[in-house]
Design a protein around this ligand. Structure first.
Ligand SMILES: [Zn+2]
Ligand SMILES: [Zn+2]
Ligand SMILES: [Zn+2]
Ligand SMILES: [Zn+2]
Length: 247
């Protein structure tokens, strides 16, 4: 894979000499130095200290987002950036899943990486299967989305039907009748907000008692003056939400 080389971080070691050390984020370092420095380094007793500095520089610059698995082809740590490009297709958790897998002459499954290189030149038929698997995945995802959409629509329809069973305090519609726009006298497409709130209040009341006003399960909340509250009290609403979540 063609990964764009990043400009290496450069730093200079301390004396005895001044080689240029580049780290690449994998723990490896590249040392660029004069022949004189290399010769001196080979004889200098301080070399072990310098080598330790180089190793520490490499380790200190490790970027955890890089794959860093030693690759079989180059013998160097892989520089695939998982933060930018996602899991490494060569060494990531799913890298074995995208192999060609067709039986080879030796009997071992073909290791051609379909995700990285596309269709296998020796076994084009294996590409078909990965394409089909992808299509199947997409179909399943689309079906799941559709099902979720239907579930939401059904839930809304159910809530509408439940709301319709209550009277509307805004337009005085009787239970079972749709709301009327007071201005035009026409049937309104939506049910009025106080009626919708009343349904939510009934649902909360059915799910939990209220610690705010001591209303029992099934009883609507009351205000401090004893009048019926429009909405359920906050603790009860939270308790009702929890009851729904853990159902
Ligand atoms: Zn990798
Ligand atoms: Zn193959
Ligand atoms: Zn109404
Ligand atoms: Zn209450």
């Amino acid at each position: 894979m063609n990964e764009k080389a990043e400009i290496p971080q450069q730093s200079r070691l301390n004396p005895p000499d001044l080689p240029v050390v580049a780290t690449d984020g994998t723990g490896w370092t590249t040392v660029s130095a004069s022949p004189a420095w290399w010769r001196a380094a080979g004889q200098d007793a301080a070399w072990t200290g310098v080598a330790e500095q180089i190793a520490a520089l490499g380790e200190g610059s490790v970027r955890s987002a890089l794959c860093r698995v030693t690759t079989a082809t180059t013998g160097r740590p892989c520089r695939h950036n998982t933060a930018v490009h996602g899991p490494c297709p060569h060494h990531g958790p799913d890298h074995e899943a995208g192999r060609c897998g067709a039986a080879t002459k030796s009997g071992a499954p073909c290791r051609w990486n379909l995700v990285v290189h596309g269709a296998c030149p020796n076994h084009p038929e294996s590409w078909e299967s990965i394409v089909q698997a992808r299509e199947q995945q997409e179909r399943l995802a689309a079906a799941a989305r559709e099902q979720e959409q239907r579930r939401l629509e059904e839930q809304l329809a159910e809530q509408y039907a439940e709301t319709l069973l209550l009277p509307c305090s805004y337009c005085a519609a009787s239970p079972g009748d749709r709301c009327i726009s007071p201005g035009s006298g026409q049937v309104s497409a939506k049910l009025h907000t106080p009626r919708v709130k009343l349904r939510a209040h009934h649902a909360d009341a059915a799910a939990a008692a209220c610690t705010g006003c001591d209303a029992a399960v099934g009883e609507l909340c009351r205000t401090s003056t004893g009048r019926p509250a429009v909405e359920s009290h906050a603790p009860r609403r939270r308790a009702a939400e929890l009851a729904v979540d853990t159902r």
